[in-house]
Design a protein around this ligand. Structure first.
Ligand code: HEM
Length: 400
């Protein structure tokens, strides 16, 4: 379905139609030749060698978050991690796209429009009665209003960027410089807008949720947390990571991957079956929709020993080699695999490392933790954590 016969399993499902209202035609929503054209134009911007240029943008945003925690919270105070992670990952993706072109007011306006837009889109996908979305109801007007707020900012920045010789190393510039392989033409303003909106939507809640699950788990797994602390202290000391540090933080990466095994940010994915097909022992009728679930696959005892146990060593090279490649698909697979996977992994490792340098996060004693499986795998009741500064680690580093 994802690889050899992927053309037969399209995104012509109701859910994707609803998401298309926000994204338009983009790498996420398009199909066939239209998708291939877009993917070829956009993909080079997400190559590992290009993501390196975005490392400083990521660490700046994370640094701002941690400085805010240090300023606003005393040891022992409680922070709502879900809000903090949503905020920092949105800022990272917005700044990775537009770097310094955005004022604080723009970022605030984006966050204010974006949160309800995402909530409403989630609701629309879960209750896909499309004609309701077209009625002149106040909710629908608000929905269009959020999209317009975001459009106004995105189009304004595209226009400003095209009018200046200043070319920062951000995603927008890479997209503006990208050309269609077949025609040699650049992306139109509308195509640039659609890709930007796609990155907002695809690229922040996913990472934010996984980060929340990671700290929920570490809170009860002190041995694993200590290993992370040792790695971070040894590799970075007290300094801010740079792109070259990423490969030297393998345990942080494995812990993040293992988190996405147990709590894949996208738990279920839909496809539309174009023509009758046989998949393993199942006969699928053309015209029907199918769902496949990373969540179930990642906990399937045929592929994983003691699937409920959290163990980052499952991602040691030798262990990975022994496993079926498609037993683990947090980013999907085949030609439509997530375009932002390298971006997300680097961002996550930097959040883990920089937060660990300064804080230990412990679940609040009254925290109620449960997963809400919808479009994404969210912590249903949020993740309240108690902050504790890692003074000991800091002191050790100062005396090194
Ligand atoms: C932990 C974080 C992330 C997870 C778990 C994730 C997961 C996924 C999954 C499962 C798909 C495949 C959807 C399908 O086959 O129907 C996908 C596609 C996509 N993702 Fe991500 N994603 C993450 C982060 C990002 C980021 C940071 C960006 C961009 C900044 C991004 C951009 C995209 C795009 C453009 C596609 C569509 C690719 C295509 O169809 O050609 N994602 N993602």
């Amino acid at each position: 379905m994802l690889t050899r016969n992927s053309d037969n399993y399209t995104k012509k499902t109701v859910g994707f139609k609803i998401i298309k209202v926000v994204l338009g035609e983009s790498t996420f929503t398009s199909m066939g030749d239209e998708w291939r054209r877009k993917r070829l134009a956009v993909q080079p911007s997400f190559h590992k060698s290009k993501i390196v240029n975005l490392a400083a943008i990521m660490t700046d945003c994370i640094e701002e978050m941690l400085t805010e925690w240090e300023t606003l919270y005393d040891d022992g105070q409680t922070l709502q991690l879900t809000d903090a992670m949503m905020h920092v990952t949105l800022k990272v993706v917005v700044k990775a796209l537009f770097s310094s072109a955005l004022s604080d007011a723009d970022i605030h306006a984006i966050a204010t429009a974006f949160t309800p837009l995402l909530e409403a889109t989630n609701r629309r996908v879960l209750l896909p009665i499309q004609f309701l979305h077209k009625l002149p109801l106040s909710n629908n007007k608000k929905y269009q209003g959020y999209i317009k707020t975001l459009d106004d900012i995105i189009y304004r920045i595209i226009k400003e960027r095209k009018a200046t010789d200043d070319k920062p190393l951000d995603l927008l510039q890479m997209l503006i410089d990208a050309t269609d392989e077949a025609t040699g033409l650049p992306l139109t303003d509308q195509e640039l807008r659609n890709e930007a909106m796609t990155m907002f939507i695809a690229g922040h809640e996913t990472t934010a949720n996984a980060m929340c699950w990671l700290w929920t788990i570490l809170s009860t797994q002190s041995e694993i947390r200590t290993k992370i602390e040792h790695e971070v202290d040894e590799v970075l000391g007290g300094r801010t990571p740079v792109a070259a540090d990423f490969p030297n933080l393998p345990y942080c990466l494995k812990a993040f991957k293992e988190t996405m095994r147990l709590y894949p940010p996208v738990p279920i994915l839909p496809r539309h079956v174009e023509k009758d097909a046989t998949l393993g022992q199942y006969h699928l009728k053309g015209g029907s929709d199918v769902l496949f679930s990373p969540y179930l696959l990642h906990r399937h005892p045929d592929f994983w020993d003691q699937p409920e146990v959290f163990d980052p060593h499952r991602f040691d090279e030798a262990a990975q080699r022994q496993r079926h490649t498609y037993a683990y698909i947090p980013f999907g697979g085949g030609p439509r695999i997530c375009l932002g996977n390298n971006f997300a992994l680097m961002e996550a490792v930097f959040i883990i490392a920089m937060t660990t340098q300064r804080f230990q996060l412990n679940l609040h004693a009254n925290a109620k933790i449960d997963a809400l499986i919808g479009l994404t795998t969210r912590p249903k009741y949020g993740v309240p954590v108690v902050l504790k500064r890692r003074q000991a680690a800091k002191k050790n580093l100062l005396t090194k």
